[in-house]
Design a protein around this ligand. Sequence first.
Ligand code: NAP
Length: 284
Amino acid sequence: MSTRVRGAVVITGSSTGIGRATALALDRQGFEVFAGVRRPEDGEALRASASGSLEPLIVDVTDGASIAAAAARVREATGARLAGLVNNAGVVVPGPVEGIELDELRRQLEVNVVGQVAVTQAFLSMIRAARGRVVFMSSIGGRMSVPHLSPYHASKHALEAIGDSLRQEMRRFGVGVAIIEPGAVATPFWDKGLGEAPKARAAMGADLLAIYGDELDRIEAASERTAARGVPPERVADAVVHALTDAKPRTRYLVGTDAKLQAAMRTVLPARVFDRLIARELGT
Ligand SMILES: NC(=O)c1ccc[n+]([C@@H]2O[C@H](COP(=O)([O-])OP(=O)(O)OC[C@H]3O[C@@H](n4cnc5c(N)ncnc54)[C@H](OP(=O)(O)O)[C@@H]3O)[C@@H](O)[C@H]2O)c1
């Protein structure tokens, strides 16, 4: 059984970025943290930065056997009571709708949507037993979309819908569900996205590259500018801590001025005016 004051939490994708910052913040807050990573060495690096109580957990959200083994370990260690689950793991697949490889679209949805549901299903009975909370790491990209990123936006819009449904399904059990919507955050995520670009270009072939190549260059340059403006991942960790600990948690947390501005503009502006602003920002 958990000996820490706040109880036990599970977080996925804690090797780097937001997941790592959040795992460490929850550890400092007195949670017993089960930190999901895919490689043992990432778990050991995290453990070295944490209190003695943080335990790495091998979880690939696309691998049912790894999820089942992780759930069994947490069940055994906590007496099947979990104060929180943070569904954070995620990847980004870029490319224009016309040129996306369908298997890449499937991979995007498999990691960012199906994987989140699979992990939630595996841990929900333990959350219910403790009247705990579930947090989904969405994005401002779950409320609005920009060109050449439709797989990612589709995944985050889907996650917002799943979070909304689950919140209503869990209401009668006293289980809270929160959705975190960061704007740009300074993490390896952006480099990984840019690292995917050559693969996306190769898949498009010469005809589509002749149509989209210049725009891709401008969008990649804009991504680098946006990444440079990212807030530290600890800002997102603060929102997760609030969602897991506050007596009156919010249903949604916009993190960063950019996310708040874009959400407001998306709500009040007509779609075509919003499109023009995005085009100006991206230089397309
Ligand atoms: N950075 C931003 O600007 C931003 C903004 C809004 C929302 N977000 C969201 O925040 C979340 C975390 O992203 P980040 O910015 O912290 O990026 P990150 O540093 O790249 O972290 C992504 C994490 O997801 C893990 N992951 C990827 N595929 C996985 C899989 N199949 N199973 C389990 N874990 C997997 C990665 O593990 P490996 O190291 O093993 O690959 C890594 O720990 C994502 O859901 C992202 O969409 C990020």
